[in-house]
Design a protein around this ligand. Structure first.
Ligand code: KG4
Ligand code: ZN
Length: 335
């Protein structure tokens, strides 16, 4: 059985095919980051227009290379939310039109559930129940995954997402967009403890986060400096990365203590951060647990996770044959 996955929730156009026998056989992402880079963040209107320009050609070129074996596809899974309305609409319209023309069903996928399940495509993957730290450009959440489709929220950011803070600090350091990989790269040259920034909510006994104060304090610090030389940027990036990763790790530790679950998954774009992975691994080992994460290309937005989640839903017959264009920009996976 083969599922075509379509991802257009934000600024990456993704197409993938997941086969239940052979695994992931196609996974392509066309990034728009060069276009949004000059604005220092995503411009929703431009993102949806770019998806429109790209999606058909990307799909056509992939299947042409493979002798048009699009006929082998059993269903089309597409991201229906959460995300930018215009971007989601492009993927939903494209998926429904193609599915209708091929006379196959569609499967609507929650982007966050797909991030959470993407680790299941790896050899080292957890059994349910497990905890997930979902850290992306728009979300920072600790989720208790009881079973497929059954999730509860343990904690979340009350303001900015972790990825958003990485992006804003990067922008103020005059680095490129997306900021996470830039901060991560340059921080390797920074001196540990040269600067120290706040670690918000660290001492609070709940599992919520707040990154807006940290972000503002780093930006104010940067703005006091006239000349942003390389070493200054590296030292600030190091200090910021230390603060944000320390908070993320501490809250995950609290979640383990609270639930007695020591299987921890990290997913979403920020889970690509090596410092975060390193610290989480050490922390989880103290609880005799395991840390699970995806290969780098499956951490950031991709259609492989959409196709894979689609395959799981297809097996549960959670399919749609109405060809209605379904888009839920604020779709949540927990109650
Ligand atoms: O999951 P994702 O690709 O898109 C959303 O669903 O939001 O996450 C994108 C976020 C961006 O904020 C980006 O800066 C961040 O993930 N990111 C990173 C790293 N790679 C991507 N943050 C920290 N370190 C990284 N290596
Ligand atoms: Zn994402």
């Amino acid at each position: 059985m083969r599922i075509l996955g379509i991802e257009t929730s934000c600024d990456d156009t993704g197409i993938a095919v997941y086969d239940d026998k052979y695994g992931l056989i196609i996974n392509q992402v066309l990034s728009q980051s060069n276009i949004h880079n000059k604005y220092g963040g995503i411009v929703p209107e431009i993102a949806s227009r770019e998806h429109m320009l790209n999606i058909f050609n990307l799909c056509k070129s992939i299947f042409k290379k493979r002798n048009n074996n699009i006929d082998n596809i059993d269903a089309i899974a597409y991201t229906a939310g959460p995300g930018l309305s215009g971007s989601l609409l492009v993927g939903a319209t494209f998926s429904n039109s193609l599915a209708y023309s091929l006379n196959i069903p569609t499967i609507i996928i929650n982007h966050l559930e797909a991030h959470l399940l993407s680790v299941m495509m790896e050899d080292k993957c957890p059994i349910f129940p497990f905890l997930t730290l979902l850290v992306s450009g728009k979300h920072t959440e600790i989720i208790y995954a009881h079973a497929l489709g059954k999730y509860s929220l343990l904690g979340k950011s009350i303001d900015d997402a972790a990825g958003e803070a990485f992006d804003k600090v990067s922008k103020n350091l005059k680095l490129r967009y997306p900021g996470g990989p830039e901060i991560s790269k340059i921080s390797k040259f920074g001196t540990l403890n040269k600067y120290v920034f706040p670690k918000p909510m660290l001492k609070k006994n709940n599992l919520n986060f707040s990154f807006s104060g940290l972000k503002t304090s780093v930006i104010n610090f940067i703005n006091k400096k006239k000349n942003l030389n390389f070493q200054f940027k590296a030292d600030v990036a190091k200090a910021f990365e230390q603060s944000i990763t320390d908070v993320l790790v501490k809250k995950c530790e609290k979640a383990i203590q609270k639930t007695n679950i020591n299987r921890l998954v990290i997913s979403g774009g920020v889970s690509a951060n090596t410092e975060l992975r390193k610290k989480l691994k050490i922390m989880v080992q103290r609880y005799k647990g395991n840390l699970f994460f995806s290969r780098l290309e499956l951490c950031t937005d991709n259609a492989a996770m959409i196709a894979y989640t689609g395959m799981l839903k297809f097996k549960l017959n959670q399919i749609d044959r109405n060809y209605g264009i379904k888009v839920y920009p604020k779709w949540k996976i927990y109650n």
